[in-house]
Design a binder for this molecule. Structure first.
Ligand code: AKG
Ligand code: FE2
Length: 441
């Protein structure tokens, strides 16, 4: 059986480096160049380094040190935290050992201490008490990172051609969840050390890592690349909600950690930033085209536990080698088990076909009632059925058209004749298929 250790050699990714000191300069031209670099970085790689970010090295080093000390504590000292958070996924402080299946049959393990960090006063009293300076040093680190996240968020909004103040207030008071990942130097039996492939759920993540192991999916060639640390930099990741907000212009970046077997332990601190928990995120209006067409994104709040977000499955990976295919299949299994819903990308259906189908159906619903009524029937098993419906707490009214569509030849002659190009829309080749087109007035 194949395993992580025998997959292809990994090359390093050219992760863009953004010099943040240019952002605070008065020079408009210099600033606009950085904004352009941020735009390209978010669009192409979904991850970038920030340097000259203004956070003192001592603050970062102390945060890493104090977390290392925490993980080195005897189990008994960590027990109070385990007690507090182990059973409740929404607990603001949670310590857990994650074991996830990754490539092939491999299991990947890491320990994670997750803390809600904003507003600081609301949570600090339940942060670890040991080591004695944990709260002070992590408090300083998380406050600096929050300031940096706001600065980066504003620049990202500008890079999308949105106003610098767009959703800034929401982001200012939004959530900050900090996860310290601890990767021990040796694994037990067959279990490898690492984090399985995933995208981060929020708007942005700011990461500091101590040792090699982080890999990023290169969207250009669909391969994993090493994303090593750069001395003094912090790494910024595009999260799922930024993908939604940007109407798909920026893509959340798929990444994983596979710790090479050396004798060194590895640690990272990931700070996830988003809006308030129950806020629904939708594509920015300015980025939705004139016809109001949103790309295939669901709006979603960040209220869900971050392990429970809408998973995104890249169907093109099913055509790749055996290892990759079984990874995708295990992602699908996991999505069905946990979220019960998932989004598919790279599904092979050209965008034009989906758009034409939407347009031709819109044209159908805009026909005079007299024509649509022809398909009205109380028989719910009729292969072509038009009707109206009303429901939900707000009594929303919608029209629908239900079509049996496979086998195409059997049913196409029953489909609407107008608009004249209605029947040209693609058939489904080899699946049992019923289309139900709902139309909200
Ligand atoms: O450990 C790392 O470098 C990355 C961890 C990560 O991706 C996460 O916590 O979401
Ligand atoms: Fe991550």
């Amino acid at each position: 059986m194949s395993s992580i250790s025998d997959h292809n050699p990994i090359h390093a990714m050219k992760v863009p480096i953004i010099d943040l000191s240019h952002l605070s300069r008065q020079d408009f031209y210099e600033k606009s160049l950085v904004i352009k670099e941020i735009h390209e970085a978010c669009q192409n790689s979904g991850v970038f380094h920030v340097i000259n970010h203004g956070i003192p090295k001592s603050v970062i080093d102390e945060a890493l040190e104090v977390n290392q000390k925490f993980f080195d504590l005897p189990g008994i000292m960590k027990e109070e935290i385990l007690e507090l958070g182990s059973r409740d996924p929404f607990s603001p402080v949670k310590l857990a050992r994650f074991q996830h299946s990754a490539l092939g049959s491999d299991l990947l393990q890491r320990d994670v201490l997750r803390l809600q960090a904003y507003p600081f006063e609301d949570f600090v009293d339940i942060w670890p008490k040991h080591p004695a300076d944990y709260r002070e040093k992590m408090g300083r680190y998380t406050a600096e990172i929050k300031k940096l996240a706001i600065q980066v968020f504003v620049a990202i909004m500008e890079s999308l051609n949105l106003d610098a103040t767009y959703l800034k207030e929401n982001f200012d008071k939004g959530m900050q969840l900090v996860a310290t990942n601890s990767y021990p130097s040796k694994s037990i039996s067959d279990i490898k050390i690492g984090t399985p492939p995933h995208t981060d759920f929020g708007i942005i993540t700011i990461l500091v890592q101590t040792a090699p192991g982080l890999q990023v999916m290169d969207n250009l060639d669909g391969t994993w690349k090493d994303a090593p640390k750069l001395e003094g930099s912090l790494q910024v990741f595009v999260g799922d909600l930024l993908e939604v907000l940007s109407n798909g212009m920026y893509k959340s970046v798929m990444h994983q950690v596979i710790v090479p077997s050396t004798n060194k332990t590895r640690m990272s601190i990931a700070s996830f930033h988003s809006f308030e928990f129950d806020e629904i995120v939708e594509p920015a209006k300015k980025l939705v085209d004139e016809e109001g067409v949103k790309s295939a994104h669901c709006s979603m709040g960040s209220s869900t536990d971050y392990n429970m977000l809408m998973p995104i499955i890249d169907l093109s990976l099913l055509q790749k080698d055996h290892q990759t295919r079984s990874l995708v299949i295990s992602q699908i299994r996991e999505s069905c088990r946990t979220a019960g819903i998932f989004a598919v990308i790279n599904h092979g259906i050209p965008e034009t076909i989906a758009e034409e189908a939407l347009t031709v159906n819109k044209n159908f619903f805009n026909l005079p009632l007299k024509i649509k009524e022809e398909f009205f029937s109380p028989d719910m098993y009729k292969p072509v059925k038009y009707g109206t419906n009303q429901g939900g707490a707000h009594g929303i009214l919608w029209e629908y058209l239900k079509l049996y569509s496979h086998p195409f030849e059997t049913f196409v002659d029953l489909w609407p004749k107008s608009p004249p190009d209605y029947r040209n829309v693609t058939d489904c080749d080899n699946i049992e298929c019923v289309w139900i087109v709902n139309y909200l007035r």
